[in-house]
Design a binder for this molecule. Structure first.
Ligand SMILES: O=C(O)c1cc(=O)[nH]c(=O)n1[C@@H]1O[C@H](COP(=O)(O)O)[C@@H](O)[C@H]1O
Length: 280
């Protein structure tokens, strides 16, 4: 089963568009685990166990592991997710982007070492920096397009005068990902929940692609507006799935021993809020 099929299956099985982001910060761990980087696996696997029936995907952010010299714990966590939630795809958030020969190594890291089902990529270096990931036909490659941060506008909202129609950079990217770059149907796009109008524009330009939408929860993105802008059921359209990520709001819902139950409660509430927006 390829990444897109896995997404469709998990969406249906768990009735969910919610992705729980795994961004472990030891300083925010509960009780006696606080500050202890050796507990990263224990913390994340408890979150996975508590939410695995509520999500369309999990998204570990590699920097949180690498910064703590905890890559071995990330390997164990990936294996754990495959064991306890084999139907839930895992997106390794690494935002890689480099020349082809180096990209080959990053692709090996994501897909062979960590066994990720998809990886996030920065498309700034162009198609030959993306192509090595497309050699893994069952895997997904999700390109940054219109990111959730304020500085995303610095480049992504610039107009490209030399391209017919003079699109904004993020619009051009969405168009390329929907068409010429999407050789094997593996691509997806990142669009921030903090910019619903841009989600709608990307959805217009890339109707078939999965959209990874971070920014609900801690960054204040509106779940309802996100679904209205990006979900497939609107106005009779059939479009790719949306994967709405929340990390800190779920992970750190409680600083006490009840952290996993509290994470589950927030994940459940967010999943239901997203689902309700499909009806309204
Ligand atoms: O690619 C991403 O996942 C990403 C893209 C983007 O535009 N904005 C963004 O916040 N992210 C990631 O999504 C997560 C958001 O975390 P919270 O703000 O805690 O929900 C972090 O892991 C970010 O690195």
């Amino acid at each position: 089963m390829n990444f897109i099929e896995m997404l469709q299956q998990a969406e249906k099985l768990n009735n969910s568009m919610l992705c729980v982001g795994l961004d472990p910060e030891p300083s925010r761990f509960p009780g006696s685990w606080r500050g202890d980087a050796s507990r990263i696996y224990d913390f994340c696997s408890a979150i996975v166990d508590a939410t695995k029936d509520l999500v369309i995907a999990f998204k570990p952010q590699i920097a949180y592991f690498a910064a703590q010299r905890a890559e071995d714990q990330l390997e164990r966590l990936m294996a754990h997710i495959k064991r306890v939630a084999p139907n839930v795809p895992v997106i390794l958030d690494a935002k890689r982007g480099d020349i082809g020969s180096t990209a080959e190594q990053y692709a090996r890291e994501a897909f062979e070492r960590y066994q990720a089902d998809a990886v996030t990529l920065s498309p700034f270096m162009g198609f030959d920096s993306i192509e090595p990931y497309l050699r893994y036909p069952d895997k997904g490659a999700i390109l940054l397009c219109r990111t959730s941060n304020a500085g995303g506008s610095d480049l992504q909202n610039q107009r490209l005068a030399d391209i017919p129609g003079q699109p904004l950079l993020y619009e051009h990217l969405a168009q390329l990902a929907q068409t010429a770059w999407n050789r094997n149907g593996q691509l997806g796009l990142v669009v921030g929940a903090t910019f619903p109008a841009e989600i709608e524009r990307v959805r217009e330009l890339a109707p078939d692609l999965p959209l990874l939408i971070p920014g609900v929860g801690a960054q204040g993105g509106d779940a309802r507006a996100t679904v209205h802008a990006g979900w497939r059921g609107q106005a009779g359209r059939t479009t790719g799935p949306i994967i709405v990520n929340s990390s800190r709001a779920v992970l750190y819902a409680s600083a006490g021993e009840d952290f996993a139950a509290a994470a589950r409660a927030v994940a459940l509430r967010t999943r239901d809020e997203l689902n309700q927006a499909r009806q309204a």
